[in-house]
Write a protein that binds this ligand. Structure first.
Ligand SMILES: C[S@@+](CC[C@H](N)C(=O)[O-])C[C@H]1O[C@@H](n2cnc3c(N)ncnc32)[C@H](O)[C@@H]1O
Length: 395
């Protein structure tokens, strides 16, 4: 157990009283020294707690590269073209995208007017160790491609990517209370003393009036009414995140890839009476979200309806959404696979890992069921729709 982080949270609760779960989650994941994502542990990778699509196999990024190239063309081939990745992790996605652009002979990597390729990669990553790791990785895999931190206040033309980032943004926990003025109560995190327990107690649920009217307002805006006792999560942080993306984007596209559902499905009392909040440790999903803060990932499904509404409010156009499986197929996954399989250097081992990765990427119960949400701003009027949305099936 990350006792030091648990003790910090305990002391905060003792000083302030019960805290919203969003505060607990924010500290557990992103405390500057001891947070799950900030203390420099190896994740997400094979030795970590879960495996994302780009960490599982480069074929994901090799295929996405085709969409990146098309986004650049649709914008009129700006130079520079910024690929800004939120939650960039170890750089696995960026380096496989560059590999894909190279394999496809994309002009994005050819020297442009300034003598350097138009592609400029800007990682947004909260973990300083991973930011360093990805800079080294890209210097090796993408020589010539400029890698730089986003410049505050400077608006970009390009593509914003976020793969499995939004699900890690903090959520409040609520529970349906039809008799209450707002129709909900909030589940706060309290502390119960117990001299026999490590740290002298444990975190407990405290059901109370909502800490902010924004929770009921969000549900009301979506037309959602929770059933009596129905547990759910509300992620207010998604609006601030997408507003930040919109503020920085002068012209271009945004692709958000994650697991989630429209509000009507997410807040359906029959399908999800307990909400979607989970902890992950060593590839296992755990219901105990209070255990080992800082050692476990915490995640909840993305409310796609809320994200789309927040994007529209921030001035982004909602271009459409599809499933990850449909998106990858429309981007040319089969062609990319054909090229990889035709490589005379392909070993049997690589063939087998590739085959298993593609199965997972296309399986609707696994990564294939993720959603891909496309947003845009300042796009040419009547412009073509993204190739990844062709044959779209609303996720
Ligand atoms: C589940 S991992 C996904 C990493 C990568 N996108 C991938 O698909 O492999 C989430 C990543 O987002 C980063 N992260 C979490 N919260 C963040 C935040 N508020 N701002 C920027 N990065 C964040 C984490 O450090 C981690 O690298």
């Amino acid at each position: 157990m990350s006792d030091a982080l648990a003790a910090r949270l305990r002391d905060e609760i003792r000083a302030l009283g019960p805290i919203p779960f969003a505060r607990f989650m924010e500290v557990a994941l992103t405390d500057p020294d001891l947070g799950y994502y900030t203390r420099g542990a190896p994740r997400p990778a094979r030795e970590g707690d879960f495996l994302t699509a780009p960490e599982m196999d480069p074929v994901f990024g090799l295929t996405l590269a085709r969409q990146v190239d098309e986004c650049w063309r649709l914008l009129g081939r700006p130079d520079p073209f910024v690929l800004r990745e939120h939650g960039a992790g170890s750089g696995a996605l960026a380096s496989s995208i560059v590999d894909g652009l190279r394999a496809d002979g994309s002009v994005l990597l050819d020297p442009g007017t300034a003598g350097a390729p138009p592609l400029r990669y800007e990682p947004v990553e909260i973990d300083a160790a991973r930011r360093r790791e990805l800079t080294v990785r890209l210097a090796a895999t993408a020589p010539g491609v400029a890698v730089a931190d986003p410049v505050p206040g400077l608006r970009m033309s390009g593509l914003v990517l976020a793969n499995e980032l939004v699900d890690a943004l903090p959520v409040h926990r609520v529970v349906g209370r039809p008799g209450a003025p707002d129709g909900i109560a909030e589940v706060l995190v309290g502390w119960a003393d117990d001299p026999a327990a490590p740290l002298g107690g444990r975190f407990v649920d405290v059901v109370a009036d909502p800490s902010t009217p924004a929770l009921a307002a969000r549900l009301a805006a979506e037309g959602m009414v929770l059933a009596d006792g129905q547990a759910a999560e509300v992620r207010l942080a998604d609006a601030a995140w997408v507003a930040g993306v919109a503020r920085d984007l002068e012209r271009g596209h945004v692709l958000v890839i994650d697991y989630g559902a429209p509000a009507a499905e997410l807040y359906d009392a029959t399908r999800r009476p307990e909400g979607t909040l989970l902890a992950y440790s060593a590839h296992r999903a755990l219901d105990d979200v209070y255990g080992d803060p800082g050692d476990r990932d915490l995640t909840a499904h993305v409310d796609i309806t809320a994200l789309e509404a927040a994007a529209a409010a921030a001035g982004l156009e909602v271009l459409g959404r599809t499933t990850q499986a449909a998106f990858l197929l429309a981007c040319g996954l089969e062609e990319v696979l054909g090229r990889l399989r035709a490589d005379p250097a392909l070993t049997m081992e690589r063939y087998l890992t590739l085959r298993s990765a593609v199965r997972r990427l296309l399986d609707p119960r696994l990564l294939g069921g993720f959603f891909v949400l496309a947003l845009g701003r300042g796009l040419p009027a009547g412009g073509d729709r993204l190739r990844g949305l062709a044959g779209r099936r609303d996720a």
